[in-house]
Design a protein around this ligand. Structure first.
Ligand code: TMP
Length: 205
């Protein structure tokens, strides 16, 4: 019987979620489970090519959603399902909640189109738990700027875009039936990690 769990982390650019992946992976290993750490868009050779396009090449909004879901299908079939089938845990930096937040919230893609694509690509799979790092867009922008690398197509968006993305994430959390755990991502790395540790312990008590 498979005991693998599918965990995702989400948040607007600059919220700091990726800094906590290694901590989460070690918390999973401490339970004696194997863990596959992966990301979206990406996670497979084709998915990484699609990621480069999605982050750099200008494209229309529905095209953008299709590219995200195309990468996701590969990821699901080649990485996520096989790992869960082996009993490993999968820890993914983003999944479909990101498409809901960025493409529906940010770009205005109708929720009905999102739901259709979600049903097509992963009809029987949702994360077991999602940790949403929530931060106000102004602070997230400052954190992102401090990383001093070239911003991608999303990171160059205006504050108003990230306000919509954040609101869409929070709406989805409210209707997720407890799957999405909202973590206050303000404060130091240690403070946020303590909040995450409590949320993780609660999710997998
Ligand atoms: P990352 O910087 O957290 O790796 O995410 C890459 C960017 O892709 C980020 O700006 C969010 C965006 N994105 C979407 O717009 N839709 C999606 O479905 C996913 C997975 C990511």
């Amino acid at each position: 019987m498979s005991t693998g769990r599918f965990i995702t982390v989400e948040g607007i650019d600059g919220a700091g979620k990726s800094s906590h992946l290694e901590y989460l992976a070690s918390a999973i290993r401490a339970r004696g489970a194997g863990v596959v750490v992966t990301r979206e868009p990406g996670g497979t050779p084709l998915g990484e090519k699609l990621r480069a396009m999605a982050l750099n090449d200008p494209m229309e909004g529905t095209t953008e959603a299709l590219v995200m879901f195309a990468a996701r299908r590969e990821h699901l079939v080649r990485v996520i399902e096989p790992a869960l089938g082996r009993g490993d845990w999968v820890l993914s930096d983003r999944f479909s909640d990101a498409t809901y937040a960025y493409q529906c919230g940010g770009r205005g893609l109708p929720a009905s189109v999102f739901e259709t694509l979600e049903r097509l690509v992963h009809p029987d799979r949702q994360p077991d738990a999602t940790f949403l790092f929530d931060l106000d867009p102004a602070t997230a922008y400052e954190r992102q700027r401090a990383q001093s690398r070239d911003p991608d197509r999303f990171e160059r968006e205006a504050a108003e875009f990230f306000r919509r993305v954040r609101d869409a994430y929070l709406d989805r959390a409210r209707s997720s039936g407890g799957r999405i755990h909202v973590i206050d991502a303000s404060g130091t790395l240690d403070t946020v990690r303590d909040r995450l540790a409590r949320a993780f312990a609660k999710a997998f008590a």
